[in-house]
Ligand binder design. Structure first.
Ligand SMILES: Nc1ncnc2c1ncn2[C@@H]1O[C@H](COP(=O)(O)OP(=O)(O)OP(=O)(O)O)[C@@H](O)[C@H]1O
Length: 487
């Protein structure tokens, strides 16, 4: 060190270390290996041999491997040697761990574990070869054991994830539920999981709920359609409001098979019923208007006709405070005395007589459904669109049916001393049917034998006759008809 020229770390003018080219490279490992070989005792050699035998028993003959793995350090740099040793060290550690866990043979890793650089460097080439052979044999054995499994499951069971993984399927279920077409109100399900059982139940519920909502919607639409009026009718009602016929149309009184009946009001004092026949029955509004007009003219208890246009009939409202008078069918008869019930029957009987005798009409659909009882216990007859003139060839047959309906109803609600069908028929028509024969049979016979010459003539064309009568009636009433539009 005293001579500065011999200093290998001496720097040149450019700051780089100068290297003496002629100085021989001597491996530190070589030096240490020689020392180790020299210092190795017989005891250790015996242990080496024993270890080799154990390996041979486990993995077969290792002699060929020995030759194959001879480590020649000649010409190697220090760095290369150090890397080679490091590789051996790693293999040795692997072998020690694997053999200890897979074999009943006990190894003392410390025996081959380099405790210090000194020791590692001192290992000879045979030792390296031995470790290499052991490492390769172990890997070969482990590969053979895992070969079939590896082919089937290259990534190993712990790393592979299938669609059956609970986490994956849970998240997929949540995603499906969130985006489902059943529109279940699930809220934001981002990042949530739903297990398969819950998911299946949710889907089943969603389907049944969708069907139920569909049915409900259909019903609602049908109800709206049933009770609503078409656009032409709405325009007409608007026109009548503008004309001051009424102030407002404010509710539905009833929806029958053939029509909707609405409530209209004027000055909150006067109420109207607006009947709106549907479909093919449009002309029946005009016909009902004519019959009501005829009955009202004779003072029969019925709605007063106000206006008619196309299929819309306006008449006076029967009821109180916007509450429609009940049909006889819906009256609570247990709160009525016998006299009151009898009084109701007598009114109905009078209506039938007067319709026939004064108005020359037969209702033709009379029953507890078309007779209203107003709060003052007065009976009113409604729904006279099908009422027919006495000249109709079958008017007596329809009268007979009306009589049967009325007597049957009042018998049912316990009105005493009701007339027989024949008695009531004779009372209404002033004919003389007999009791000991069926009324309808007698009526059929009478209709054939006793009709007037005019009627006999018209009988061949009943529709023409009806229309002729209708037009005559309409013409006669035109001057006083409230249906006449002056605008
Ligand atoms: N002028 C009125 N005042 C009060 N309510 C009325 C009036 N006209 C009809 N109604 C109510 O409207 C219901 C139906 O009227 P209406 O019988 O004339 O119609 P419809 O279509 O022939 O009905 P249905 O086919 O049930 O006989 C009646 O049962 C009655 O409750």
């Amino acid at each position: 060190m005293a001579n500065c020229d011999n200093n290998p770390w001496k720097k040149n003018a450019w700051g780089k270390t100068e290297k003496k080219a002629d100085e021989p490279i001597v491996s530190f490992v070589d030096v240490m290996s020689e020392e180790y070989i020299e210092g190795m005792g017989n005891q250790e050699k015996l242990e080496e041999e024993r270890y080799m035998k154990q390996l041979e028993q486990m993995f077969g003959d290792t002699s060929t491997s020995d030759e194959q793995f001879t480590l020649n350090t000649e010409g190697m740099t220090d760095e290369e040697v150090a890397l080679a040793l490091q590789r051996h060290f790693d293999r040795e550690a692997d072998v020690a761990r694997a053999v200890a866990s897979s074999s009943s043979v006990h190894f003392a890793p410390d025996r081959y574990h380099p405790k210090t650089m000194q020791e590692t460097d001192s290992e000879d080439e045979d030792d390296d070869a031995l470790r290499q052979a052991a490492t390769d044999m172990l890997y070969a054995k482990l590969d053979a054991e895992n070969a079939s499994e590896s082919r089937l499951r290259p990534e190993g069971p712990s790393t592979s994830r299938t669609k059956h993984d609970t986490g994956v399927s849970g998240r997929r279920n949540a995603d499906k539920t969130f985006n489902d077409r059943n529109s279940l109100p699930t809220g934001d399900m981002v990042g949530d999981k739903i297990n398969n059982k819950v998911f299946n139940k949710l889907m089943a519920f969603g389907k049944s709920e969708a069907k139920r909502q569909m049915r409900h919607k259909d019903k609602e639409e049908k109800a709206t359609m049933d009770t609503s009026v078409d656009s032409d009718t709405r325009l007409l009602l608007l026109k009548w409001i503008n004309q001051g016929v009424f102030d407002s149309v404010d509710g539905i009184i009833a929806t029958g098979k053939e029509s909707a009946v609405l409530h209209a009001a004027q000055d909150s004092a006067t109420s109207y019923a607006i009947k709106n026949p549907r479909g093919v029955l449009k002309i029946w509004a005009e016909r009902e208007f004519m019959n009501l007009s005829r009955m009202a003219k004779h003072g029969l208890p019925c709605p007063q006709p106000v206006k008619v246009r196309r299929n819309v009939l306006v008449m006076s409202f029967l009821g109180d405070d916007g509450l429609a008078a009940p049909r006889l069918k819906n009256v609570e008869w247990e709160f009525f005395t016998d006299e009151e019930r009898r009084s109701v029957y007598d009114q109905v009987q009078t209506i039938m007589c007067r319709m026939y005798k004064e108005c020359l009409l037969v209702h033709a659909d009379l029953s507890e459904f078309n007779l209203l009882l107003t709060p003052d216990n007065k009976v009113h007859v409604i729904d006279v669109s099908q009422a027919m003139d006495l000249s109709h060839p079958r008017s007596l047959q329809f009268l007979t049916r009306d009589i049967q309906n009325v007597i049957a109803f009042f018998t049912k609600i316990g009105v005493p001393n009701l007339p027989t069908y024949v008695q009531l028929f004779n009372l209404i028509t002033d004919l003389e049917m007999v009791e000991d024969h069926d009324l309808l049979v007698q009526v059929e016979q009478f209709s054939e034998e006793n009709r007037s010459a005019d009627l006999r003539h018209d009988k061949s064309r009943p529709a023409d006759m009806e229309l002729k009568k209708y037009n005559e009636e309409k013409k006669a009433n035109r001057g006083i008809s409230p249906a006449r539009d002056y605008n």
